[in-house]
Design a binder for this molecule. Structure first.
Ligand code: PLP
Length: 402
């Protein structure tokens, strides 16, 4: 008797959608003009970059917005603009990606890691216990999971901690209707290819604080051209900072801004499409024996551009087996429990330039996290197939181990 082969998924987990046609046309106009640098404008011309900043500020409700060369740049720039001193401690998530501790180290700070819960958010009890160790928290909404932002802000306000939000995975997300990036003093976003809008590289910094905004704009390399910004504080605010703030070039350019503007306008519609895909995979995985989903609180408006599940207290060899069996059927899963950093995935104890103490409760969670991207090029049928494959492989390994 011949067995029908198990169905395989043939799509790519790293294939994004094309840039919207209006963005391609706007990019061609920038190329034809030759004026790609944000401050290279014709008389009375508003640059694509300045317009993009104005539009992103309006979308998030922030007073000020700076577009930058990358999300990581925005994070480091935010720390400097908030007054980080050399060698100063910065609290941050143990569960995040390498550019976050990297931005802290790059700005001269020392990361102090805070644990992770089963819902993949920052451990607020651990944060409270460490609140006297730093003046800053760089809060990473890792993989789009928002913690109880009300309690987080209470803890930080009580301890006098300035919060900088890393919204690389939460552009378009909200907590009780308030946009992610609007809780802390500064919100930072990435427009890198794998995030929610795609300009190859790029980022944003938003804030309501005029001094932080003025310092960030000077830091980004505005020279004395800050009056050409459309989402910046009044020129007199710059008088107080312009001689004492170094230029650390990290600008956005008009070509990237041109392709981002229509994507920012489309974001709400894209969020709906992401969540259809997320909810389809989640429904297909729910109830799989041995597999725990990260539950999403009612207060959270999420953007399901990736999905995570936990294989809690599994043998490392069994998790490895799941990853390999899914890969053999075309489903690319990332495991945060691997001994060595692989691809984009690493853990707090792989960043050996930063000291860390063991965190057994977080280690148990990290060792169990399996992560998967959900690009918008996947159809809902693709999502159903992917969930079926994961479900059958996890079940097979789980039953064999039982
Ligand atoms: C991508 C990413 C960043 C940094 O963004 P870049 O634009 O690549 O510099 C920061 N934090 C997290 C969690 C990210 O995934």
């Amino acid at each position: 008797m011949t067995q029908t082969p198990a169905p395989r998924f043939d799509g790519s987990f790293t294939q994004q959608e094309p840039i919207p046609q209006v963005g391609i046309e706007a990019a061609l106009r920038v190329l034809q003009s030759g004026r790609i640098h944000r401050y290279n404008t014709a008389p009375d011309e508003l640059s694509e970059t300045a317009l993009l900043e104005q539009e992103f500020a309006a979308q998030t409700g922030a007073r000020f917005c700076l577009a930058a060369a990358s999300g990581g740049y925005a994070l480091g720039c935010a720390l400097r603009a908030c007054g980080l001193e050399p060698g100063e401690a910065v609290l941050t998530n143990a569960f995040t990606l390498a550019p976050v501790p990297g931005a802290i180290a790059g700005a001269g700070g020392k990361p102090v890691f805070v644990g992770v819960t089963e819902n993949l958010t920052i451990d607020l009890d651990d944060l409270e216990a460490k609140a006297d160790q730093a003046r800053f928290l760089m809060l990473s909404h890792m993989r789009g999971h928002l913690c109880d932002m009300d309690r987080l802000m209470q803890i930080c306000d009580a301890a006098g901690i300035t919060v900088i939000e890393d919204c690389a995975h939460t552009m378009g997300a909200a907590w009780r209707g308030k946009a992610s990036g609007r809780f802390g003093a500064v919100g930072c976003f990435s427009t890198q290819t794998y995030k929610h809008v795609n300009s190859g590289e790029g980022g944003f910094l938003i804030t309501d604080d005029e001094e932080i905004a003025a310092r960030a704009i000077m830091l980004s390399g505005s020279y004395m051209l800050y009056e050409r910004h459309l989402a910046a504080p009044d020129p007199q605010v710059f008088e107080q900072v312009k001689y004492v703030t170094p230029n650390m070039s990290g600008r956005m350019d008009n070509l990237r801004a041109a392709i981002l503007r229509p994507q920012i306008a489309d974001l709400p519609a894209q969020v709906t499409r992401w969540n259809e895909r997320y909810d389809t995979v989640e429904a297909g995985l729910r109830g799989t024996p041995g597999l725990t989903l990260a539950e999403r609180p009612d207060e959270e408006t999420y953007v399901g551009s990736s999905i995570q599940f936990l294989l809690l207290d599994w043998d490392k060899a069994a998790v490895d087996d799941v990853i390999r069996r899914c890969a053999a059927r075309g489903v690319e899963l990332k495991w945060f429990g691997g001994a060595e950093p692989v691809g984009f995935t690493s853990r707090y104890d792989s960043w050996r330039y930063a000291q860390s103490s063991p965190m057994p409760a977080s280690d148990r969670i990290l060792a169990s996290i399996v992560d998967m991207r959900l690009p918008l090029t996947f159809s809902l049928d693709d999502c159903r197939l992917i969930a079926d494959i994961i479900r059958s492989e996890v079940s097979a390994v789980f039953q064999a181990a039982a």
